[in-house]
Design a protein around this ligand. Sequence first.
Ligand SMILES: Cc1cc2nc3c(=O)[nH]c(=O)nc-3n(C[C@H](O)[C@H](O)[C@H](O)COP(=O)(O)OP(=O)(O)OC[C@H]3O[C@@H](n4cnc5c(N)ncnc54)[C@H](O)[C@@H]3O)c2cc1C
Length: 514
Amino acid sequence: MGSYLLKRIVSQKLPVSIDVFESADELGTGMPYREGMNADYMLCNAFSREIPPVTRPLIDWLESQPRRELGEWELSTHDLSPRAFYPRTLIGEYLGSEFAGLCSQARDAGFDLTIHTGCKVEDISVSGKQALVSYTNSGDGIQEDFGIVLIATGHTWPCEPKIDEARLVSPWPYTTIEALPQGAIGVLGSSLSAIDVVVALGHAHGQFEEHSDRITWHPNDTDSDLRVTMVSRNGVMPEGDFYYPFPYEPLQHLTKDAVAKEIGKGADGLLQRSFALLCAELDAADPDYLEHLGQEARTLEGFAPRYFASRREIGGLPAVKENLAEMRKLMRARETVPHRYALLRGHEVFGDILPHLSQDDYKRFSEALMPVFGDCYAAVPHVSLARIVAMYDAGVLELLATAEDAAFTQSDDGQVSVETEDGSRTFNALVDARGQSTKPLSELPFPSLAAGFSGDAGPILEPFRLDTGDQSSAAIYCLALPQILERHPFSQGLCNCDALAKVVVDDLAGRLAI
Ligand SMILES: Cc1cc2nc3c(=O)[nH]c(=O)nc-3n(C[C@H](O)[C@H](O)[C@H](O)COP(=O)(O)OP(=O)(O)OC[C@H]3O[C@@H](n4cnc5c(N)ncnc54)[C@H](O)[C@@H]3O)c2cc1C
């Protein structure tokens, strides 16, 4: 996010001097793309062309890399494609190199730019005209005043994750997962982070062998005792990546204009009216889709159960195996899946209504529709699914839904148990792969700033400028993920960073022009 903010400030030639604070030693990379935190077998689920360029597109950067360097990533020039998925750590190298290029551009353009690497911002306080930023540099505490602060601190994870009363294992750095001893290991979640955890266990305790399209998994020891169980509420995994035209083709019913009109009519019934537009879009994309799901699918609360029904009926990993085979076939034929493409494009437009929903309707949206949109944009690279299927075929992996109202319990010897739809399961360790949870502004990781917000302060909305009351005339913008996810649940993902940065920098440019 920080890179895209800097890119926008530089391209808009804002009259500011810039200080960048990064607690890590590398710049531009970010937590999900940093080596050490992530393994090189963990793939980014955005394909090359979807990633917004910083100074140049990822594919151009890849093509400029020497063959030897590509070889270290087991890539040849034939593997480079705007439709390909790449390891997150490779994307981290791209982002780091782009950040360096951006800094040069900024300085060439006359910006006064200071980079503070290895400097953790500990606090931000807002009294007087300026915001006081407190940070540490090699153990020394330093304070500096700024008139504008842009917060882009990414994810926040609990130090000791828990569910109910059970302690969980954090999935980062990935070496924690690789170090888990064999035996019964549970993974809480069944989406992209959970897939990463399972694949890390597969790498630690065995080997994946690729035979053209097919991947098999073999344990390191003949007496291997690895038994991995993914547990989630629904017991389903997102479907495989599918072929679709990009940039997106226009929608017919769920358009920006149509949604703006509905917003104009007021919050009362807005969710229902927007859902009707979504149904019209699905009908236009594939007249049989909703018909096939049944009348119930045309209701807000009935849509998600019908959407997930076939995967639920086939069952966790058998459904994954079937879907992977189908998506591979369609990808080869360059045939799109009309309802998935409509949902994928539609979720972005649907995002426009969310800040305008009443509290009750937002809750209704989160429970009824968000699981569908979340599932749809979490489309999984085929290689990742093939690794999951390989471990399933080897008999070491299952995916189960938790039983209704199931609670996780922990025994004195540390084992975690839960009731699933397939009976009770007990794990030596349960890994937390639920992804980022939302947090209110009162839980920002800067105590003085957070203290200015009560627990029930409303969510931060575009243009993401914090309302610090009369405390300060400094402009403080917040793009920290747990806070923006509160009302912008689609904002997570590399593809969104540039658009979010644009919103902030456009607003800032307007203020500076006054
Ligand atoms: C494990 C994981 C995998 C993901 N995979 C994908 C994917 O495949 N595709 C996709 O589109 N999205 C993915 N995401 C979503 C991700 O949110 C975005 O891709 C994007 O990285 C978010 O950018 P960011 O700048 O907000 O956060 P980050 O990239 O994490 O950057 C935040 C930076 O702020 C620094 N920082 C934090 N606190 C401080 C402080 N107090 N002082 C100084 N510096 C600080 C951190 O060190 C970090 O470098 C993934 C997320 C996670 C957690």
